[in-house]
Write a protein that binds this ligand. Structure first.
Ligand SMILES: [Zn+2]
Length: 176
């Protein structure tokens, strides 16, 4: 017996140490529930508890703009829109990746919505128009938080949110 086999045998014996062997037919037991009764609901709970949602971005939708605008902004917030930079990273684009509007920087989600001077002005105008406190945009989600400032009524906040979402969509469409 080789040393590896000896080690495996010792490991097996350590696992079996303390086990009680009963003379009865083998059976399957579901240990994911209190009663040891199998159910799809318990399987789903078991699988869900292992997932980590802490890094996910949750966006509150605005019902005053079309659903496709909400979806687009949500995708932008999690950096899942087809920019030239993203396409190049996936070997789907081999042309110039500079942003068509400003001609500076690689066209990435971050550049379009956070770094581009043209859209920095747009966010500034929206901020001034909505009488919001000055803010800095480091991420698309920062833009979406603009409407949450204190002292706003529910309707006013929803209008500002709708304008922001529409502006994000237009910002992308105008750069194509
Ligand atoms: Zn730009």
């Amino acid at each position: 017996m080789s040393t590896q086999e000896t080690g495996e045998r010792n490991e097996l014996m350590a696992l079996l140490n303390g086990m009680i062997v009963v003379n009865r037919p083998d059976r399957w037991v579901w240990q994911g529930a209190k009663e040891n009764v199998f159910s799809v609901k318990d399987v789903k709970k078991f699988l869900e508890k292992r997932k980590d949602y802490t890094n996910r971005y949750f966006m509150e939708w605005c019902n005053w703009v079309p659903k496709k605008c909400n979806v687009f902004v949500w995708r932008a917030a999690i950096d899942r829109i087809p920019t030239k930079g993203a396409l190049k990273n996936r070997n789907c684009w081999n042309g110039d990746t500079s942003h068509a509007l400003c001609g500076e920087g690689s066209e990435t989600t971050k550049h379009i919505f956070c770094e581009c001077e043209i859209f920095a002005r747009v966010w500034h105008f929206i901020s001034c128009w909505s009488k919001s406190a000055p803010f800095f945009v480091f991420d698309v989600s920062d833009i979406l938080e603009l409407y949450k400032q204190q002292g706003r009524g529910k309707t006013e906040a929803m209008v500002i949110k709708g304008i922001i979402i529409t502006s994000v969509v237009l910002a992308r469409c105008s750069g194509k």
